[in-house]
Design a protein around this ligand. Sequence first.
Ligand SMILES: CC(C)(COP(=O)(O)OP(=O)(O)OC[C@H]1O[C@@H](n2cnc3c(N)ncnc32)[C@H](O)[C@@H]1OP(=O)(O)O)[C@@H](O)C(=O)NCCC(=O)NCCS
Length: 177
Amino acid sequence: MRVREKEDIDFLHECFNDIDFWGEYNHPAYEQISKSTLINSFDNPSDFQKLIEYKLFVIEKKDGTRIGIMWHMINQPSEEMEIACFLVPSERGKGYATEATQLMVDYLFFNRNIVRIQVHTNVENKAAQKALEKAGFRKEGTVRKHAQLVRGVWSDFYLYSILREEWKEPKILTKTA
Ligand SMILES: CC(C)(COP(=O)(O)OP(=O)(O)OC[C@H]1O[C@@H](n2cnc3c(N)ncnc32)[C@H](O)[C@@H]1OP(=O)(O)O)[C@@H](O)C(=O)NCCC(=O)NCCS
């Protein structure tokens, strides 16, 4: 997993405009978006993106094939760090989300002075819940009518989190200094 680069534009453009990429349990994060808008947002992040410290990462296989994205952002005004993971449909169910989540948790707890990392996931999204639990997250509760899905239905989400003290040791990264 690595921070996104301008060379990822074609991949991101394809993913963001594909409703299947967002999955049936999520609201697509964007309306149809042009390549030029994407390029512009790289050079000029919005004030809101700066405020929430939004950072986008690309998930790659060892051979360099791009298979998904992960982002982190601050949930204002609480300062909670929220992450989310999305894989292209053909690469789901192979353990990549669990690994990418563990990697992001290691990275954030090593690099940021934060006490928790959280994820909202649709109550129906069993794959996401399993991946989160395998990565050490615990379910905190239900957030009722948290988000409106594609066809306009308001949907309940679970709030998952991992606390720094529950992250007993890094799963993937190693501390060098
Ligand atoms: C959710 C998502 C990221 C999970 O990624 P993934 O790589 O498939 O997850 P993993 O393979 O690491 O783990 C999924 C686990 O859930 C299990 N699972 C999948 N579908 C399931 C279902 N319907 N019921 C129960 N378990 C299920 C898998 O068997 C696997 O468990 P296992 O390793 O013990 O066999 C991926 O499906 C995705 O991109 N979905 C669309 C976007 C999305 O919903 N993102 C999450 C936003 S919170």
